[in-house]
Write a protein that binds this ligand. Structure first.
Ligand code: P6P
Length: 335
């Protein structure tokens, strides 16, 4: 069984100019993931359930584990010295690490959602960490615009950790997607899902149908399409929605399917965040042979304008994403 560390070193050859910095950065993220995993697994016992009381910048009541995860990833990246600038869902502004002695020559910048889906913790539903890694845009003093607001297609690596029935780390550096399962008996992530590919088609659509009346007509039409009996196209599809982006997309990566969080009347620009949710997931799914768009535009091509900006997302099996895009295009024709 190959460990994550052995795999990273082995794949370092894919980066002839790298001197190990990216490998060490991925190692730092994996270390924090193990610490978060330990607390997630005993949240009910360790009084880590319930709310921390503070509000994060999203205006969401911070769960204690949210705060714990944020602290662990930030300190692991600070200590590791390979990250010069860090953006976290839990912080309004980016965190400049370039003034720290260990990080002043760091080559990489990280955007992270330390614990996505944390509202599910108290009901023991899978949650996840999502991370996105870019090269430092400039050698001088890092600034928000230079470093953080890079298009998703400029990512050098992206990944997620899913704290579920088992804990997995899934990541890409642009040469395919590989999944590692944490073996608690040795405390190592071990290669369990080499060269992951998302089925080109699937039968699962994943969307919060409670928002149906707030959806654009194109999405209402697509949902109806999924529900109509048609044996030639294996419909009706199956509706599966966990309410945890990492869990919903991980299931679709393995089984095939489409995850949709469109623009709604409550979230006119979509709910999910571009920099640390949609871009990393889009990079991973594209590398696995799938597709990720807003319903019309490729997620990875979007030029960010602000750190916490939201975008609509349709992501998953290529043919299913194209089905949704077709319904959007039909709506445009009737406008
Ligand atoms: P809704 C969790 O809060 C999250 O950010 C994602 O993980 C998840 O996909 C989405 O929001 C769920 O949102 O509005 O369906 O509860």
């Amino acid at each position: 069984m190959k460990t994550l560390g052995q795999f990273i070193i082995e794949k370092q050859a894919d980066f002839p100019f790298a001197k190990g910095e990216l490998s060490r950065l991925l190692r730092d993220i994996a270390i924090a993931a193990k610490l978060v995993n330990r607390e997630v697994n005993k949240a009910g016992l360790a009084d880590l359930l319930g709310v921390h009381g503070d509000m994060n910048i999203q205006g969401e009541v911070q769960q204690k584990l949210d705060v714990y995860a944020d602290v662990q990833f930030i300190s692991a990246l600070q200590r590791g010295g390979e990250c010069c600038y860090l953006a976290s869902e839990e912080h309004e502004l980016g965190i400049d690490l370039s003034n720290d002695y260990v990080s002043k020559n760091a080559k990489y910048m990280v955007c992270i959602d330390p614990l996505d889906g944390s509202s599910n913790i108290d009901v023991n539903v899978s949650v996840g960490t999502i991370f996105s890694i870019y090269r430092r845009a400039c050698k001088e003093q890092v600034t928000m615009a230079d470093e953080l607001l890079q298009q998703g297609k400029k990512q050098v690596a992206a990944g997620y950790i899913i704290y579920g029935s088992s804990t997995m780390l899934v990541y890409t550096t642009g040469n395919g997607v590989n999944g590692f399962t944490l073996d608690p008996s040795i405390g190592e992530f071990c290669l369990s899902h080499p060269n992951m590919k998302i089925p080109e088609h699937g039968q699962i659509y994943s969307i919060n149908e409670g928002n149906y009346i707030k959806f654009p007509q194109a999405i209402k039409n697509y949902i109806k399409y999924c529900q109509i009996e048609d044996s030639d196209t294996n419909r009706p599809y199956t509706s599966r929605y966990i309410g945890s982006m990492v869990a919903d997309i991980h299931r679709n990566l393995i089984r095939g399917g489409v995850f949709i969080y469109p623009e709604t009347l409550s979230f006119p620009k979509g709910k999910l965040r571009l920099m640390y949710e949609c871009n990393p997931m889009a990079f991973i799914i594209e590398q696995a042979g799938g597709k990720a768009t807003t319903g019309s535009d490729r997620i990875l091509d979007i030029q960010p304008t602000e750190l916490h900006q939201r975008v609509p997302i349709v992501i998953g099996s290529k043919k299913m994403v194209e089905q949704v895009e077709y319904f959007y295009s039909m709506e445009l024709e009737t406008v």
